[in-house]
Design a protein around this ligand. Structure first.
Ligand code: BMP
Length: 259
C-alpha cells in the first residue's frame, strides 16, 4: 500500500527505526506534521521561539552552528523544552565528510550533537560511510538522508536520487526518512518524507530557495512532514503563524489519505 494513503499511526509497524516510531506517535498525538526551521542567531531567541511554537510542531530543526553565543546550557534547556512540549530535535548538520570525521563531528567538538539531537541529516554523496559511522546509535538516533534539494539549479541528478534511496534501504534501522522534493519511495511507508521549501504567498528568496504552499507540498510533492522556517520565524505572531501552518498541513494530509 502506498504511504500516501496511510495514517501516521498505521505506519508505525512499517518502520524499523525507534526514533521514527516515536516521531509518528508525536505527530498523531499533536496532530502536527510541521517541522520548524529555527534559524535564529542567539540562544535566547532560540529558546523563546521553541517555547512559543513548541505546542504546534513535531520537530524543531536547528542549525546549531549559526548560534553566536552557544554554550552547553543552551542544548540542555532546549532538550527540556522539547520534552515539555513533546517534539524532537533535529540538527540539520547535513553531514557529508568521511565516516571517521562524521563520527567526530556528531559526538565531539563544541556542539556534542549526539548528546541532544535525536535526529540528524546527512548527505548521501559520500556513500554508506557516514551512515555506518553513526549506525551503532540507532536505538537513540534517526537519520534523514538528503536525496533532493529545494534550491534552484542544484546539481543533484535523478540517478543520484535513485542511488541514494537504494542506499537508505540498506540502513532501515537507522533511517527515519528522506529529505526530498517529490513523491519518492511510495512503497516504503516506514520512511517519512521531510520536505523543506514551504511558505505561503512566496515563490522563493533571492538566494535560490524555492517555495511551495502547504497544500502543494503534501498533496503534490508527497511530503509527510513539512519544514517551515521564515514563514513562521518572520511572522509578527509566531505562535499564531505556526498554528496556521500546522492546521493547513494537517488538513492536507487528512485530505490526501481520504482522496
Ligand atoms: P526557510 O523556510 O526559511 O526557507 O528555511 C528552510 C530550511 O530548510 C533551512 O533551515 C534549510 O537549511 C533547510 N533546507 C532547505 O531549505 N532545502 C533543502 O532542500 C534542505 C534543507 O534542509
Amino acid at each position: 500500500q502506498s504511504r500516501l494513503k496511510l495514517q501516521y499511526t498505521d505506519r508505525i509497524p512499517f518502520t524499523k527505526n525507534p526514533v521514527a516510531k516515536r516521531l509518528l506517535k508525536i505527530i498523531s498525538e499533536k496532530q502536527s506534521n510541521l517541522c520548524l526551521a529555527a534559524d535564529v542567531l542567539t540562544g535566547t531567541e532560540l529558546l523563546n521561539l521553541a517555547e512559543e511554537v513548541g505546542p504546534y510542531i513535531c520537530i524543531l530543526k536547528t542549525h546549531i552552528d549559526i548560534i553566536e553565543d552557544f554554550n552547553e546550557n543552551l542544548t540542555k534547556h532546549l532538550k527540556d523544552i522539547s520534552q515539555r512540549h513533546n517534539f524532537l530535535l533535529l540538527e540539520d548538520r547535513k553531514f557529508a565528510d568521511i565516516g571517521k570525521v562524521v563520527q567526530l563531528q556528531y559526538t565531539k567538538g563544541v556542539f556534542k550533537i549526539s548528546s541532544w539531537a535525536k535526529l540528524i541529516t546527512q548527505h548521501a554523496i559520500i556513500g554508506p560511510g557516514a551512515l555506518q559511522a553513526v549506525k551503532q546509535n540507532s536505538e537513540d538516533l534517526g537519520v534523514f538522508l538528503l536525496t533532493e534539494i529545494s534550491t534552484k539549479d542544484n546539481l543533484i541528478s535523478s540517478s543520484y536520487t535513485k542511488a541514494a534511496l537504494e542506499m537508505a534501504e540498506g540502513f532501515s534501522h537507522l533511517i527515519t526518512g528522506i529529505v526530498c522534493q517529490s513523491p519518492l519511495f511510495l512503497d516504503k511507508p516506514g520512511f517519512l518524507q521531510l520536505t523543506p521549501g514551504v511558505k505561503l504567498n512566496s515563490i522563493g528568496d533571492s538566494l535560490g530557495q524555492q517555495y511551495s504552499s502547504p497544500e502543494n507540498v503534501i498533496l503534490e510533492r508527497g511530503a509527510d512532514i513539512a519544514v517551515v522556517g521564515r514563514g513562521i520565524t518572520e511572522a509578527t505572531d509566531r505562535a499564531q503563524a505556526a498554528e496556521k501552518y500546522r492546521n493547513l498541513l494537517w488538513e492536507a494530509y487528512q485530505k490526501r489519505v481520504e482522496m
